[in-house]
Design a protein around this ligand. Structure first.
Ligand SMILES: Nc1ncnc2c1ncn2[C@@H]1O[C@H](COP(=O)(O)OP(=O)(O)OP(=O)(O)O)[C@@H](O)[C@H]1O
Ligand SMILES: [Mg+2]
Length: 507
């Protein structure tokens, strides 16, 4: 019997080295609806969308795809794009050296009669496209690498909007966007929907899913669990379907005692790498007690990442910082020196600073502590592997083997691997910049639990986070940064979101 689905995926099986990432998934999509695709880290969401969009060509998976009732057997993204299926990937795919315009029109160039590129037309259209996303502070003729994660994400979205999609797939599009940027994105999706465009939206931010999706599809361990109209769902039910049990607590409440002040950052000042007149961080000082979890809150662009990078010796412009551990002044001129001195940092941008893509999961984890496994001139591979396996179990990191290339891990599991790499250095001070970005609710809980365990053992933790609920859920103290300065330093004794926001917004 013929059906009216815009898209149907039947019995999709995708294996990697004998491991089934997708185990016979079915997906049905009606024209014009917005589907929220939900599942834990490693459930198979990105893999399913890569099968659909031709990243994994026909022949490398089992099962059938029907697009507008016809079999779709694409062997490249070009083919699926020609059919009207456009995907925005979870990991950004922009070419850093090319200009914003060149990225926006890559493979989709506007040409003059005779075949030369029509740069004027492309630049004009680029400005228009960005304006639709409410972005007016991007110079389209500059290389994309000039812009931060949030802007790059928006540029990636603009690129997709330029392709006249019938089905738009958004895989974690909002993970580095500010609240107002997310609001713009959701509005765009609403207007696409009004124009008949179908969307599949993947996000661990379930409030976004609840706000725009008509239908919720949950998958777990590569299998379809349920398809439910959003009007019959709420966020708790989505979570329960994702994890297969009720989760009645999002933040583990654990008593831990605070010791004396062990760490101090004094007079941290950072200047913009491209504009030495401009201060990104302006004379910030704070202290940290033993076993304390300090949350650093503030709006995106407030200077939080710059502040912690400078403390860790990783800020890439001019800066000054005085860092003291247990009363002694530390040399933290480079990250390596900072690690030797007892600091560790898990960076915000995992793709560029956290992982080495060509190495395996295990190699990435032990990278910073290889000397501990060396005997004379060789590495004790057995001891190294034992440590890696222990860490994988401790963090419940989902990987088929420690020898898998790290890029084969799902986004959230890559994040766990980076965390593990830093924990192996046994730091006294652990700095986490957006530690739960792209991490599912269950794994978030595990990361918080781990943070409490570490704090109990006496480690002090600095956590930068844009999720205010998370900051309030687990910090002992909250430092609010605004325009590069300290705007508030609060003990978290039932601290309210309003108090923190008010501090972040005052001038
Ligand atoms: N290239 C690859 N090589 C080997 N295994 C892979 C590869 N890509 C994905 N996998 C495995 O397939 C499973 C599903 O991964 P996928 O990236 O689809 O998860 P996800 O649902 O998108 O998770 P997240 O929410 O963390 O992004 C994981 O166990 C992952 O390790
Ligand atoms: Mg994914």
């Amino acid at each position: 019997m013929a059906n009216d689905y815009l898209l149907e995926m039947r019995g999709i099986v995708k294996q990697f080295d004998g491991v089934r990432a997708l185990n016979g998934i079915n997906l049905q999509v009606n024209g014009g609806e917005c589907i929220g695709l939900c599942g834990e880290n490693g459930a198979g969401k990105s893999t399913l969308m890569k099968v659909l969009s031709g990243v994994y060509p026909y022949g490398t998976y089992e099962g059938d795809i029907l697009w507008q009732g016809q079999p779709l057997r694409a062997t490249s993204i070009r083919e699926t794009e020609a059919a009207g299926i456009v995907i925005i990937h979870q990991e950004l795919m922009l070419v850093p050296e090319l200009t914003v315009t060149e990225n926006l029109f890559l493979g989709n160039e506007i040409k003059l009669p005779g075949g030369r590129m029509d740069y004027d037309a492309m630049n004009r259209r680029a400005v228009e496209l960005l304006a639709e996303l409410n972005i007016r502070d991007v110079n389209v003729v500059l290389p994309v690498k000039q812009y931060g994660g949030g802007h790059q994400q928006l540029i990636e979205i603009a690129k997709a909007l330029n392709k006249n999609a019938r089905l738009l797939i958004l895989d974690e599009p909002s993970s580095s966007l500010t609240a107002s940027e997310i609001a713009v994105l959701l509005d765009i999706i609403r207007s696409l929907k009004a124009n008949g465009v179908t969307c599949i939206y993947i996000s661990h931010k379930l409030d976004e899913i609840a706000a725009i999706c008509d239908t919720i599809v949950t998958i777990r361990d590569g299998q379809h669990i349920a398809t439910t109209p959003m009007r019959d769902m709420n966020i708790d039910r989505i979570i329960a379907q994702m994890v297969g049990r009720e989760m009645n607590q999002l933040y583990p409440q654990q008593e831990h005692s605070l010791g004396d002040v062990v760490f101090e950052a004094r007079h941290v000042t950072c200047w913009d790498a491209d504009n030495p007149q401009r201060k990104r961080v302006d004379d910030v000082s704070f202290t940290l007690r033993k076993g304390e979890i300090l949350g650093i809150a503030g709006l995106v662009g407030a200077g939080r990442t710059e502040l912690v990078s400078a403390i860790f010796g990783a800020y890439d412009g001019p800066y000054e910082a005085e860092v003291l551990l247990e009363g002694r002044r530390l040399d933290t001129a480079t990250p390596l020196k900072a690690i030797r001195a007892g600091l560790a940092m898990v960076p915000e941008d995992r793709k560029h600073h956290g992982i080495v893509p060509d190495l395996s999961v295990g190699q990435n984890m032990t990278m910073a502590v290889l000397h501990e496994f060396s005997q004379a001139t060789r590495i004790d591979a057995e001891a190294e592997l034992r440590t890696v396996r222990e860490e994988i179990a401790r963090l419940k990191l989902k990987t088929s083997t420690p020898f898998l290339k790290i890029t084969g891990l799902s986004g959230g599991n890559q994040q766990k691997a980076v965390l593990s790499k830093m924990l192996l250095t046994r730091p006294k001070i652990l700095i986490l910049d957006e530690p739960t970005r792209g991490v599912d609710v269950g794994a978030k809980f595990e990361i918080y639990q781990l943070m409490f365990d570490l704090a109990k053992q006496g480690m002090s933790i600095i956590m930068v986070s844009s999720e205010l609920q998370e900051v309030l859920g687990i910090s002992d103290r909250v430092l609010v940064i605004g325009e590069g300065r300290v705007r508030g330093d609060f003990v978290n004794d039932n601290l309210s979101q309003e108090t923190v926001l008010a501090a972040a917004l005052t001038h």
